[in-house]
Design a protein around this ligand. Structure first.
Ligand code: ARG
Length: 467
């Protein structure tokens, strides 16, 4: 390859890189999606250079116009990306140089090291905002489903064994809590990314009189009061990828949540549970078994979580052995970061679609929730209210359950005389503990599944997600 095509760093080289090296080392096929951020960064940097007099106002304006034109071409799909120019930064710089002579001054007091660190932070801030919105949309779909089925009871499970009755809405609102924590985490990641590295240069800043506050402000690296936020150590600024790791971690954990919700849905929509039916639009059939309706969307939500965890692991491994400061290894951060963003985004959308089309089966839910054994704990609490220590009550109810099993009778149908033989604390009203409606009404404390609590939670979520 001709030496001239590496105008950005070719000065000390006698020949260009091998064709194989070009293919091996290029990142433009991936990092071109950073172009809008790269151009924003360059525009801010050029404005700062003009502001401090390192370039003339006229040169500054010419650079701004040139960058705007390049962005328009990129957006229109007309820009010619060239892998011989390695990455998004050099592609744009070269294109600008061809149109605007002053572009030769754009890299004054800037290196690709602080440039790519800036691009990434801008990307992460936007990615967090996009994912937060998509997660909120999924939450709204869940909230709508919960409200549409608010009277429905199901068994709650521990160890995947029927445990205690809950409103289906309570279970769905648990999902909202999980996704809300993901949204908070993403807001934290965006805040951590919100420090401007520009001015760090390659690693040791510059001897030129730049204005870092100006650039930071122009790019929106500001606190809540509009004060610029600058990275405080130039070496850390170009070596640090913590925000990327945290972003991948937030996505991986969101992925774990998607996976757990998907698993609930897969169980609920199996013939064994039949609590609900999945929308056909998010299922597939079998090429062999004509009757099959498979929950592929949910299975993929579950499966993608492995991939999201892999991306986090890739970033941790990528950075762990690197000496300060920038090393080319860091270029490998793009694939996992972009993939975590894309997959988390589409997972959130699919989850919204699946839940949005979920059809609950009230009869099957009622049947499962009417299992009196679900209220065995309430019966023990009945004894507690009559002064029996809980451990003793627990044991007594255990014997009642064993008796019901031995007699093959539902718990409330056991004769009171026999119950009283097990423990004298049982009164004639002992079977009232099995009144499902009353049992739920008694669960009044914060976070409990009683109807009054759930009404309060609905109000809270409506305000949070729709207000
Ligand atoms: N494409 C590079 C990356 O993504 C940009 C920074 C290159 N810096 C350098 N010193 N080679 O990391």
């Amino acid at each position: 390859m001709a030496k001239s095509s590496q105008a950005t760093w070719g000065g000390r080289f006698g020949a260009g890189p091998a064709e194989l090296m070009l293919r091996f080392s290029e990142s433009v096929s991936l990092d071109r999606r950073l172009a809008p951020f790269d151009i924003a960064g360059s525009k801010a940097h050029a404005a700062m250079l003009a502001h401090v007099g390192l370039i003339t106002k006229g040169e500054g304006r010419a650079i701004q116009r040139g960058l705007d034109a390049i962005l328009r071409e990129i957006v229109a799909g007309k820009f010619r990306w060239d892998i011989r120019l390695e990455d998004v930064h050099m592609n744009i710089e070269q294109a600008l140089t061809k149109r605007v002579p002053a572009a030769a001054k754009l890299q004054t007091a800037r290196s690709r090291n602080d440039q790519v660190a800036t691009d990434l932070r801008l990307f992460l801030k936007e990615a967090c905002a996009v994912l937060r919105a998509k997660l909120a949309a999924a939450q709204r779909a869940i909230l709508v489903c919960a409200e549409a089925n608010r009277a429905i009871l199901i068994p709650g499970y521990t160890h995947l064994q029927r445990a205690q009755p809950v409103f289906l809405a309570h279970h769905l609102l648990a999902w909202l809590e999980m996704l809300e924590r993901d949204r908070t985490r993403l807001a934290d990641v965006a805040a951590h990314a919100n420090w401007c590295p520009l001015g760090a240069g390659a690693l040791a800043g510059t001897t030129l009189p730049i204005d870092r506050e100006f650039t930071a402000r122009a790019l929106g690296f500001v606190d809540a009061r509009g004060r610029p936020q600058l990275t405080q150590n130039s070496m850390d600024a170009v070596a640090d990828r913590d925000a990327a790791v945290e972003f991948a971690a937030a996505c991986a954990l969101a992925g774990v949540h998607f996976s757990r919700l998907a698993e609930d849905l897969i169980l609920w929509t199996s013939a064994e549970f039949k609590f609900a039916e999945l929308p056909e639009a998010f299922c597939t059939g079998s090429s062999l078994m004509p009757q099959k309706k498979n929950s592929d969307a949910c299975e993929l939500l579950r499966g993608k979580s492995g991939r999201l965890q892999g991306n986090l692991q890739a970033l941790l491994t990528l950075t762990k052995g690197l000496p300060l400061t920038y090393n080319r290894d860091l270029q490998e951060d793009k694939a996992p970061i972009f993939d975590s963003f894309d997959q988390t985004a589409i997972c959130a959308e699919v989850l919204a679609g699946v839940v949005g089309g979920l059809r609950v089966n009230p009869l099957r839910c009622a049947l499962a929730a009417s299992d009196p054994a679900l209220l065995a704990t309430d019966l023990a609490e009945y004894l507690v209210r009559r002064g029996v220590p809980f451990r003793e009550a627990h044991h007594a109810v255990g014997r009642v359950v064993a008796l019901a099993e031995a007699r093959d009778l539902p718990l409330p149908s056991l004769p009171t005389a026999e119950i009283r033989k097990i423990h004298p604390g049982f009164g004639s009203d002992w079977a009232a503990a099995f009144d499902l409606k009353r049992a739920l009404q008694k669960r009044r404390g914060t976070g409990m599944p009683g109807p009054a609590q759930i009404a309060g939670q609905f109000a809270r979520w409506n305000k949070l997600l729709l207000g």
